[in-house]
Ligand binder design. Sequence first.
Ligand code: NAD
Length: 438
Amino acid sequence: MRIVVIGTGYVGLVSGVGLSHLGHDVVCVDNNATKIAMLRQGKVPIYEPGLQELLASNVEAGRLSFSTDLPSAVDGADVIFIAVGTPMKDDDGHADLSYVMAAVEEVAHALTGYAVIVTKSTVPVGTNRKIKQIIAQANPQAECDVASNPEFLRQGMAIDDFMRPDRIVVGVQTERAGNILDHMYSSLQLRNVPIITTDLESAELIKYASNAFLATKISFINEIAALCERVGADVEEVSKGMGLDERIGKKFLRAGPGYGGSCFPKDTRALANSGREHRAPQSIVETVIRVNDDVKQRMVEKLRMMCDGSFAGKIVTVFGVTFKPHTDDMRDASSLTIVPALLEGGAEVRVVDIIGRLQGEALLPGVVWHDDPYIAAHDADLVVVLTEWDEFYGLDLKKLARNMKSPHMADLHNIYSLRDAKCAGFEAYECVGQARLS
Ligand code: NAD
């Protein structure tokens, strides 16, 4: 099949590369000429493990190309994916649909024959119906169907998630569109990936409800962690004990410094906003959002306490600033709340995150970047584990503690233990929802 993917960000590029790997002819289109020039040279503009190699092999096989010329790409395509960004527009949580609608207008004018226009971007319920109207107004002759095919990939595991998703959700209005998308994904169905075909609105809501549910699990365990700290319980044990119940499941029950990233913060807010607009309040989700904001502030206060009540004049070394490991993405990362609070309080902040530096340099002005964790911790008053990159699990804690002015550590992902910290010579060790050393 001939497929066009509009938008070569985390989702569009992975989807384009993945679909070409399934044997389709794919053109990835972006209006960012610099990105397309890089991609044409075989360079991937984002950090996503395995993507570079898969991209190269499919370009070599002649199934994958890159272009800024949307009309030429769309001419003769069977399926056109919209995978542009839908960031948060305002504090109410409205999704900014301007990129989606601009792409849709362009597609509408460029259509030369029947095609299915598929929204992969996360869009509020009702958007695909509007897209259909916009196409009809922009080009009354256009022969097309719209479909919703939300994406569930996790950054850092994106290729695996594209090739082996738990499910594929497709929302359609016509049998014709449903059949075409069924055929497009047939090789994944052969690998027993279930396809759920629904109406447009249900598909749109499956995406938001799924993300909001995962965010709920995180906020839930973070509140339990706060209680654990007060009563002397251990959140790691609580979460293990809960997660072994199959009705609950152990995933997304890890306490930490709050969720971040390009999806959960904006998608929970957009869902809460849809609830308000349609007079079906999403009060659980509203609370989840508030709890997540509170957790980040609670972490700042935890760090302040570890610095004797003030960051002024302290040297704080932060391990990791991306919103999670294995990605360069800094969107809505907890570090964007916590690091500025340290700086505003008068601390000298050193950061160790080789991948995070790619986006972090622009987003965290005033910090000093280091590659070596031991050098970064030299003479420091506090080390903070903010993103649990693999390299931090294997650190020599004795060497780290010896290097510091005052061996204090805030382990906000519970990657070490009180015992490890004590044995290594740390005088103060705080984690989340567990006993501390002080
Ligand atoms: P992104 O910001 O990384 O990429 C968007 C790309 O679209 C950019 O390269 C931009 O230049 C391009 N673009 C914008 N307007 C365009 C136009 N008119 N024509 C051509 N290109 C255009 O975004 P992303 O993280 O890939 O997210 C895309 C969508 O997928 C969002 O709705 C997001 O919520 C959703 N989503 C993201 C993830 C994730 O992990 N990042 C997971 C699931 C769903």
